[in-house]
Design a binder for this molecule. Structure first.
Ligand SMILES: [Zn+2]
Ligand SMILES: [Zn+2]
Length: 398
């Protein structure tokens, strides 16, 4: 926050009209005071939706539970609101004792918005890698102490071991991260409640053969398959096992909509059953259509619409036995997919990049001129191989 003030107490008075405010990184509070100070462009909804963990709980609450929660928040009863639903005990950032940053995000934030800031998604326990940069997150401070430290003053060098090779950040972990990212970025006006989610689970279970003809869940088969699915991953495995050890029956409880379940348990279920959150919501349509339905996502990590479904038109041509489609975002990034390839059913995978585009090239230029990152690291951040980076460096005469 740039208030032009020198001390923490002054900042707090500017923001909340009081000089003592206890920070809490699970339960939002003082929102009414903050909105009053920040003026009309900021609303309680926009703060909750863009800057708190509330969106991660919302799809897994019943419609009326969410309405009561919002009413309590408007009445300033934050603790009561969250305690009543057991959300404090189900904190999505519970297992981490630190605040975390991605060093590359800090560098980019400084350059593109002037100020580095804490990214919400990096504070979620089951996320250990920056979704955008494929870099292992760095712990910076104990969550409830030292909270006023300025991130810009921290040492943000990137260590070799933080740059993941593609094998470590497995497809499974990518599904988990993408699901979390999608839930956090769902517009506030889009009402998705537990009722909808349970219906979608049922459709997926049916499509995947986990329901008996009478509609009963084949629970043992499901538990075995999910365990196998998560045992191949490195990052999410420990969390999955942790949740499993709490109760063998948790998957059954998730599917019944038990209100004690944590968002992580739903996220594990979604990543397994439906690939990710958007696919879960569109489950009927996307199963049978080759290459899926519009809109398609931009897959350029340098684009502000990365992973957002913003491409409405695809250029489609038919070959003898397959469809070949190209998708181009406004940022200039263009990718190609074959309906016969293994990537066809995954909206977030492509067969080949046709054109990287201006935005991507500018980001590369930035990395080369403003950082001393190794080529391998830049390649991972821009989702390509080192050869491609070297080729573009030659072409752009960097
Ligand atoms: Zn990052
Ligand atoms: Zn784009």
């Amino acid at each position: 926050m740039m208030t032009g003030r020198s001390s923490n107490n002054h900042h707090l008075t500017d923001l909340f009209r009081k000089d003592r405010v206890a920070p809490n990184n699970t339960i939002p509070n003082q929102l009414i005071e903050l909105v009053n100070q920040l003026g009309e462009s900021v609303t309680i909804e926009s703060l909750l939706n863009n800057h708190t963990f509330l969106p991660l709980y919302r799809p897994f609450l019943k419609r009326h539970e969410f309405e009561v929660l919002m009413q309590n928040i408007y009445d300033g009863q934050y603790k009561k609101a969250f305690m009543k639903l057991g959300l404090t005990a189900r904190g999505v950032n519970k297992e981490i004792e630190c605040l975390r940053i991605c060093p590359l995000c800090v560098i980019e934030d400084k350059l593109f918005s002037g100020v580095p800031y804490l990214h919400r998604i990096h504070q979620v326990s089951i996320v250990s890698v920056c979704v955008k940069h494929n870099i292992v997150l760095t712990n910076i401070a104990a969550a409830n102490k030292d909270s006023y430290k300025y991130i810009g003053d921290l040492n943000c060098s990137i260590y070799e071991e933080q740059v993941l090779d593609s094998k470590k950040n497995s497809v499974v972990d990518q599904r988990i991260n993408r699901t979390i990212w999608q839930i956090l970025n769902l517009p506030f006006s889009k009402e998705v409640s537990l009722e909808t989610i349970l219906e979608k689970y049922n459709e997926c279970l049916w499509l995947k053969g986990y329901l008996t003809p009478k509609g009963k869940v084949r629970l043992q088969l499901l538990v075995d398959d999910m365990t196998k699915f998560y045992s191949n991953t490195t990052l999410s495995k420990q969390y999955f096992e942790f949740h499993r050890s709490l109760s063998d029956e948790w998957i059954g409880r998730v599917l019944r909509g038990d209100r004690q379940m944590r968002p992580e348990e739903h996220i594990f279920t979604i990543a397994f059953l439906a690939t990710d959150f958007y696919s879960l919501l569109n489950v009927e349509e996307s199963e049978n259509v080759a290459l899926g339905n519009p809109p398609w996502p931009c897959l350029n990590p340098a684009c502000c619409n990365f992973l957002r479904s913003v491409i409405w038109n695809a250029a489609i041509r038919k070959n003898s036995d397959e469809v070949i489609a190209t998708f181009e975002c406004k940022c200039g990034f263009k990718y190609l997919k074959h309906s016969n390839s293994k990537n066809a059913v995954n909206k977030y995978a492509y067969d080949r990049v046709i054109k990287y585009g201006d935005v991507w090239q500018r980001r590369l230029e930035f990395y080369i001129t403003h950082t001393d990152l190794p080529i391998r690291c830049i390649a991972r951040s821009l989702n390509c191989d080192s050869k491609t980076i070297n080729h573009h460096i030659g072409e752009l005469k960097l």
